[in-house]
Design a protein around this ligand. Structure first.
Ligand SMILES: CC(C)(COP(=O)(O)OP(=O)(O)OC[C@H]1O[C@@H](n2cnc3c(N)ncnc32)[C@H](O)[C@@H]1OP(=O)(O)O)[C@@H](O)C(=O)NCCC(=O)NCCS
Length: 197
């Protein structure tokens, strides 16, 4: 199976252990974790969360299977500098339905890369994995994440009030969804052309 895709100046590659120091550094930042229900994280916490996922992905790729989890490292195509990570996680008992996730290092915010990473996940889920539904959620105050999903066509499907209790406060959870059938055939085919090996 292909392990790396290029689009819009970024490279999306299945995550390996070599990426963990960069991911740990990003997830140790207060700025990056401000709207997340976890973190800032120690190196050990990041490693113990990601390592089993990486091992599952790498074992599947080694055996020529499609992994269950799709955890990608995002780097600049030309310099290979670390930009962030994004992922698709399967939804239990619903083949073809995935939860999306993305975190970028703060020095790369507001350049359109968040939208590009989410667009890549839409491409990957609906074109490569032949999925039918994507699920996203965010804390109500995370305007950047909300806008990323809206720009990628996600629809606000619900609000869970005071869903998260973190850092001494309660936070509403916004639930977003996107169906493959929401996208026109032209849009799907344009996505296929936007990301190449
Ligand atoms: C969410 C995140 C990926 C967005 O990445 P990004 O590269 O800055 O996003 P883009 O440049 O594609 O911008 C998308 C939209 O968000 C807006 N935006 C970006 N940063 C913003 C901020 N700090 N405050 C308000 N809006 C912001 C942009 O203006 C744009 O909106 P527009 O279409 O109305 O102009 C990035 O902020 C991030 O990694 N945050 C920390 C981790 C996180 O919260 N992940 C999401 C968990 S649900």
């Amino acid at each position: 199976m292909q392990q790396s895709w290029i689009g819009g100046g970024l490279r999306f590659s299945y995550c390996t252990e070599h990426d963990l120091p960069d991911i740990s550094r990003m997830l140790s930042k207060e700025s990056v974790c401000r709207w997340l229900f976890f973190g800032p994280n120690t190196n050990e916490a990041t490693r113990s969360y990601f390592l089993p996922l990486i091992e599952e992905v790498q074992a599947a790729l080694w055996e020529g299977r499609t992994p269950d989890h799709h955890v990608f490292t995002v780097r600049l195509e030309d310099t290979k500098d670390f930009v962030g990570q994004c992922a698709l996680f399967p939804v239990d008992f619903s083949p073809g339905s995935f939860l999306i996730g993305y975190q970028l290092d703060d020095i790369y915010w507001k350049r359109g890369y968040g939208t590009l990473a989410c667009t890549f996940l839409v491409y990957f889920a609906f074109t490569v994995l032949d999925g039918y539904r994507l699920n996203g959620d965010t804390v109500a105050g995370n305007t950047a994440s909300r806008r990323v999903m809206e720009r990628c066509g996600f629809v606000l499907e619900g609000i869970q009030r005071q869903y998260w209790h973190a850092r001494g406060g309660y936070y509403d959870r916004l639930i977003f969804g996107l169906l493959a059938s929401d996208l026109t055939p032209e849009r799907l085919s344009a996505l296929g052309e936007a990301f190449t090996e």
